[in-house]
Design a protein around this ligand. Sequence first.
Ligand SMILES: Cc1cc2nc3c(=O)[nH]c(=O)nc-3n(C[C@H](O)[C@H](O)[C@H](O)COP(=O)(O)O)c2cc1C
Length: 399
Amino acid sequence: MRFIIGLRNLLFRVLYRIIRPLIFLMDPEDAHYMFKRVGVFLGSNGVTRGLTSFLFDFNHPSLHTQVDGVRYRNPVGLSAGFDKDGELTSIYPSLGFGLAELGSFTGEVCPGNPGKRLFRMVKSKSILVWYGLNNQGAEKISSRLQGADFGRLRVGINAAKSNITPEFDLQESIDDYTKTMRLFKDIGDYYTINISCPNTQDGEPFVDRENLDALLTAVNAHRVEGRPIYVKLAADLELDEIDVIVDACVAHKMDGVVLTNLAKPAFNKEYVEDELPYHKGAMSGLPLQRISTSVIRHVYRRTRGELTIIGVGGVFTARDAYEKITSGASLLHMITTMIFDGPQNINEINRGLVKLLQEDGFNSIEEAVGSRNPLPKLKAETQSDDETRVEEAPVSEVA
Ligand SMILES: Cc1cc2nc3c(=O)[nH]c(=O)nc-3n(C[C@H](O)[C@H](O)[C@H](O)COP(=O)(O)O)c2cc1C
């Protein structure tokens, strides 16, 4: 059976490589909308869903995992930004996804940035994104998804702040996030609070600890029992900025963090130099791979695994996925591999994960989480109150 699935995937990989140049002739945003329409059709009835499952799905018990009380059939997820209006949930399980993060959704309808907003960087294996949080707004999307049965798929609701004005107002911004949380209180399995969109008019004001404290306090007031809350961080932060956010997440009892969002070219030189097509936006894919894994390693060590980590950024193979898991990630998100390698790569990554777990003698994803990122030893302090403190991971090991 394993051989047949391997052959099936190889066939689709070759087929995708043949048609990819034709897809890449299209404007990237047009190609995205075309594939979305195909996905909506495939998800619309049992016959096409069944056929898609036959061609793309993969199941294995060692991939079943439970994170913060939510059960996933596998840890491989679609990242936020692909399904900005939550229209394709019926087809994701057939494509092999265990989870899908929808959005980002904003409190108000958001047209996003004007002009050309997506650029392929083929040599760098990356997408330069200048979308600016375009989506139909939380009201319209939540009323469409109300009562939806997502079946085997676990669904994340990614909430961001509406990108419609360059002025930052703390209370209005917080209300914007909590409006989405309120409207989606009966929809989905977890929330992600996205404080890291690189393409908004008022920057990233929640990197500031005071602003973040106010936001997380409000977010907690909208908590739904049994629904974890994660915070999504940028890739362009200095280590001390990461620490401020992560410490706030621990202090406010967030369940975890999503590491990381896109990287701005000005802060990240890991792309082919002559390939940058536009002076605005931020990059996904390969240029992000090493950075996001380093951040995962750092946060896992700093929090001693106390925060759940969803790893995202440049996952193209099972080895990339496994590296993020063994660094400390419990779940994974991805987009760019679907564009560069094709949809069969989702089950190929799941299939490869089963093999990598077996090679290391693990029976489950949980056993592998953080296994190649040993935690710094706890050092008992000779203080009268018998407190213990955590030794910091040296910066050189993580940057
Ligand atoms: C076209 C596109 C749109 C995106 N939009 C969002 C978004 O709305 N919200 C968000 O949190 N992340 C967004 N992202 C970032 C992704 O969720 C992810 O963090 C990033 O692409 C790295 O993963 P990858 O290398 O597998 O693509 C977007 C990424 C892409 C490629």
